[in-house]
Design a protein around this ligand. Sequence first.
Ligand SMILES: CC(=O)SCCNC(=O)CCNC(=O)[C@H](O)C(C)(C)COP(=O)(O)OP(=O)(O)OC[C@H]1O[C@@H](n2cnc3c(N)ncnc32)[C@H](O)[C@@H]1OP(=O)(O)O
Length: 269
Amino acid sequence: MNEEFYLHIYNKQLEIEAVPSNQEVAEWAMNLMNLLYPERLTSPDYSINEIKRLFLKQEKELVRILNGTKACENCNNEAVARKIFESIPELYRRMNTDISAILEGDPAAKSEFEIIRSYPGFLAISLYRIAHALLQAEIPIVPRILTEYAHSITGIDIHPGAVIGEYLYIDHGTGLVIGETTVIGNYVKLYQGVTLGALSVEKYMVNIKRHPTIEDHVIIYSGATILGGDTVIGSNCIIGGNVWLTKSVPPHSTVYHQSAVKVIETKQP
Ligand SMILES: CC(=O)SCCNC(=O)CCNC(=O)[C@H](O)C(C)(C)COP(=O)(O)OP(=O)(O)OC[C@H]1O[C@@H](n2cnc3c(N)ncnc32)[C@H](O)[C@@H]1OP(=O)(O)O
């Protein structure tokens, strides 16, 4: 490597926005999850006072993260963190609706404990819900770091800008992508490989609704792709596996391809 290369890296350092490391952001969120769901820990036995102290510690840690985020240097970070933590009971209530949706919808789910401990869908939704609250408080960059952390450990990519109702059920979830301007109602079920995306992706579309709206009680089976900001999947629809949809669908519809698979028995020699 020559001097020019080292100089290039050195100069890049000077331009970098001060933002706490991705690891610090992820640790903060996972510690919050451990507090909200002590089922995630081995035999926790905190007193009520210790629980209060730990929540306060998390709030202060958020202030520290926000103070380290240069783009937000004029924000009142104490007030922002206070507001976020005041909304934690409501976030927790919403997360619990997601647990109920999984427990009631998935024949393989045996208990809340199992969902809290092992379901990637629940973890991804929970981290999205925290990130969405941070985004609503106009905190820069940190929400996206958080959902991309969730993406890296679960394979589920939910943009923090998506608006998602209660009782979201994600089963398996690997390869699920929910774009920035998606709107999802209540009691929606999503399976692995579903894409809620933009019809085409161009930079000028930055402030345009590019991703679909999914109304209440819709089931979208594995591998389905639903595209476009004007595409509305009406309530109580079932979208079959691998369906490719760029148009709206009226409520109570079932959408699936006709099977193109032919099974031809080959004669034994
Ligand atoms: C681990 C896990 O289990 S994760 C969950 C994975 N499972 C899924 O994602 C389920 C996906 N299910 C589907 O897509 C279903 O077909 C549904 C729910 C949309 C519709 O189900 P049904 O109304 O029962 O339709 P049915 O099974 O009778 O199919 C009717 C015909 O359409 C075909 N068909 C149905 N869905 C599809 C599809 N997604 N793609 C291609 N062909 C399909 C069937 O093969 C059948 O063809 P045939 O008449 O030539 O035999």
